[in-house]
Design a protein around this ligand. Structure first.
Ligand SMILES: Nc1ncnc2c1ncn2[C@@H]1O[C@H](COP(=O)(O)OP(=O)(O)OP(=O)(O)O)[C@@H](O)[C@H]1O
Ligand SMILES: [Mg+2]
Length: 351
């Protein structure tokens, strides 16, 4: 009786639990929190020292007794306890900031396409022990498609490519379901690694991953730009051991990430090649839609369009497509029901 009462009052919370970033939204308010997916832990006491942005500031500056832990690797929970603590931090903060929230919140959370039952259960269990009353699992890519306002309910093919930090998912969606898909661990972080490697092999320069990411965001591209872009690259000279700064161009960065971009294009082409022809015809008409933070790479749409000979467009504000889709689901019981994944944990769920 009480449980029912509370679940009626309790708010629903959308969680885009990402490799790079985690975003929370609540009914009526929309996005309420956005933090990098990082936790700083004191090894001596096992206590959490910082979460999100505060933890990110410690990267590369931490003494040995502080570990910087990433809850997810390539979109999959890599450390259950860290993820649980990470989610608990968010849910507790939500309650502190929204005193009108009652009961344990119901959580709608996106998961990758290629998760195993064990990995799925880990997301559910981590959410439940972090304070969620009920957990609804949906495929992240479907949420991203809803956020990008693709007509996923129609009997017509839509192709979406969600480029995250740890993985890129490519899916053809029709009638609220994924008809064909591919997933590859080439995404934002891999491009950062490419730039780190390039700096090492071409300039004997050791640079950090955050420096590489910043360069990628500012001057990185997948297709020739109209105007040349340049910026400084700071690191440590591998021969002298001293700090050194050089100037890099968009051309060099394009070269650095070209193999990874080619891999992404190959996966997209392979997905198209194995999609039923009726759906391919729809995709050609509508074009491919890019979502996720990585969709903001300059010229990526042009590079894919040229290689696959198909129109491509970047969704509006692609980095929030997934959370906006999850937010839609908080208020749309019918759609949620249609795309909901079976729980890995039926008996444990609070009803
Ligand atoms: N302007 C930009 N150009 C290129 N890449 C960008 C840009 N802005 C953000 N990114 C990249 O987008 C990635 C993060 O995307 P997103 O927030 O969608 O990932 P995520 O949801 O945390 O990860 P995943 O879905 O893989 O678990 C990062 O690697 C970041 O460097
Ligand atoms: Mg994501």
């Amino acid at each position: 009786m009480f449980k029912k009462f509370f679940s009626k009052l309790s708010k629903r919370v959308g969680i885009d639990l990402g490799t790079s970033k985690t975003i929370l939204s609540v009914q009526e308010k929309g996005i309420v929190m956005k933090e990098p997916s990082i936790v700083a832990i004191n090894n001596k006491t096992d206590q959490i020292l910082a979460v999100g942005e505060e933890a990110q500031k410690m990267i590369g500056k931490n003494p040995k007794f502080i570990t910087l832990a990433y809850p997810l690797v390539n979109g999959i929970i890599s450390d259950f306890e860290v993820t649980e603590k990470f989610l608990k931090y968010f849910i507790d903060k939500l309650f502190m900031e929204n005193l009108n929230l009652a009961g344990r919140p119901s959580v709608v959370i996106g998961i990758p396409l290629d998760v195993t039952e064990v990995e799925k259960k880990a997301v559910e269990d981590a959410s439940l022990s972090a304070g969620a009353g009920k957990v609804y699992l949906v495929e992240e890519i479907i949420a991203a498609a809803i956020g990008a306002r693709l007509p996923i309910q129609d009997a017509s093919g839509s192709m979406i490519v969600n480029l995250g930090g740890g993985k890129t998912e490519i899916a053809v969606i029709s009638l609220n379901g994924v008809v064909n898909w591919r997933s590859v661990n080439v995404a934002g972080k891999e491009l950062d690694n490419d730039i780190v490697q390039y700096a090492r092999s071409h300039f004997n320069l050791l640079i950090g991953h955050r420096v590489a990411e910043n360069i990628k965001i500012k001057i990185g591209s997948a297709f020739e730009l109209k105007e040349e872009l340049k910026m400084e690259m700071r690191g440590r000279d591998l021969i002298s051991g001293l700090p050194r700064e050089i100037i890099v161009t968009d051309y060099q960065i394009r070269d650095a990430i070209s193999k990874s971009v080619a891999t992404l294009v190959d996966y997209i082409k392979a997905t198209l090649e194995t999609t039923p022809p009726e759906l391919v015809a729809d995709i050609y008409e509508r074009g491919i839609v890019l979502t996720g933070g990585g969709a903001q790479l300059k010229g990526l749409d042009q590079a894919i369009a040229k290689a696959a000979e198909i129109p491509v467009r970047v969704a509006d504000d692609p980095a929030t497509s997934t959370i906006r889709g999850l937010t839609t689901l908080l208020d749309d019981d019918q759609l949620l029901k249609e795309i909901l994944l079976p729980s890995a944990n039926e008996e444990k769920m609070v009803r």
